[in-house]
Design a protein around this ligand. Sequence first.
Ligand SMILES: *Cc1c(COP(=O)(O)O)cnc(C)c1O
Length: 451
Amino acid sequence: MGVNDSVMQKVLMMVTPQDEYDHVINLLQQHHKWFQESIPLIASENIPSPAVREALMSDFGNRYAEGWPGERVYAGCRFIDQVEFKCIELMKKLFEAEFVDVRPISGVVANLVVYTAFTEPGDTMMALSIPCGGHITTGKKELGGTAGAVRGLVVEYLPLDYKELNIDVDKAKERIQKLAAEGRPPKLVMFGASVFPFPHPIKELEETIRSVGGIVAYDAAHVAGLIAGKQFQDPLREGADVVSLSTHKTFFGPQHGGVLSWAKYADKTKRATFPGMVSNHHLHAVAGVTIACAEMLEFGQEYASQIVKNAKALAQALYERGFNVLAEHKGFTQSHVILIDITKQGDGGTIEETLEKANIIINRNLLPWDIKEGRHFMHPGGIRLGVSEVTRLGMRESEMCEIAEFIKRVVIEKEPLEKVKTDVAEFRRDYQKVHYCFENATDAYKYIKIR
Ligand SMILES: *Cc1c(COP(=O)(O)O)cnc(C)c1O
C-alpha cells in the first residue's frame, strides 16, 4: 500500500455508516429544495398529490400479492385485494376498457406484457424509430431496444412525415404491404411515442394492419392522462386491440404501468403479466394509482384541457421569441409536449445543461432528421418540453409566457445564469401546491420526515 493509499484508507474509515445514512438523507432533502425552486418541464414527469405520496409510504409497499385479486398466492391480501379491484374498476371507467391489468410496474413492463401476449420471438413488429419520437421499448435488437433485444422481435419502422410530425399514412400502408409480400407481415403495429404532439392515425391504418393479420397496439405512456381527461384520441374506440400505459407522465402518478384491452384478450394478457413479468407488483404504487384514478375522474377533464392550452401557449410564446418550435402550421401541438429545433441557438445537450443551471429542467431530444445530419443523442438538434407538471402546479397561459421569457433570457440573451436562477426561484414561490386533487395541505415538494 502506498502512502497515499493508506491516507485514503484512514479517511475512508472515518466515514461511518451513520455518516453515509445522513448524507443520503441530506441529498434527498437537497433534491426536494431544488425542485421547489425550479421549473420542471420534462415531458415524461409529473407531480403526484399528497394522497398519492401517502399511499406510496404505506405498508402495501412491503407486501406480496402474486396473482389476480381474490386468487392470490399469498395471505394477508384482504385490503390489498379491495384496493386493486377498485383500481381496475376505476381504470375501466376512465378508459372505457373491458379489461384492465394494473400490475405491470412501469410502461416498459407494460410493453413487455403486450409483446409477450401478442407476439412470438422472431415476429416482425412496427413502431416509430427513436429519432422520430419512438421509445427504447420499441427499439431494434442492434440498438438494445426492449422489443428487439429482450423479446427478440424484428422491428421495422413506421414512416414519419417530418413536417406534420405524424405517421405518414400512405407510406405506412405501402411498408406494411411490402413486409407482407416479403413473407414477414407485422404481427403487431405499435402506435404512440415519446414525442407525441398529434394523435396517431389508428383509424386510417387499422384495416391494412388487420388485412395482414396484425394486432393494433397503442403505447399511451405519454398521453394516458390526456386520454383519461378526454382531450386526445381514444385509441380503444379508434381500433386498438391493446393499450399500454405509464401512470405518471400526463396521468397523476405514481410511477407505475398498466394494460388496457378487450375481454377476449384478458386471459393471455393476465398470463403475460403474471407469471410472465412480475412477482411483486408494487402494491403501494397500485394504491397510489387508485387514488390518482379517483382524482382523474373528478378533475381530469379540466386538467387535461388546461395542459393542451398551456402547451400551445408555451409554444406560441417561444415561437414569438425566436425559437423554431416545430409544427407551427398545425398550432404546434395537441398534447402536453412541444419539440424545438434548437440548432440556431446551439445543440440540445449543451442547452439542456445551461438551462439546468438556471433551474429550468428540460431534456435534449433527437429531431427526426438528426442522425442523417450527423448529430447524435448526446448533442442532438432538439429540445423537448412538456407542461404536465407545471400545469398540475396550477400554472396557466400567462405563466407559460413567463417561462418562455426565462428560457429566452438563458438561451438567446445569455444572461448570467445565477440571475435567472434567482428569478426562477422567486417565480416558483407562488406555485407550491398540487392542483386538481382533493386535498393539498402538504406542499408539492415538501420533504416528508417520518423517522
Ligand atoms: C416513457 C415511455 C415508456 C416507458 O415508461 P416507464 O413507465 O418509464 O417504464 C414506454 N413507452 C413510451 C412511448 C414512453 O415514452
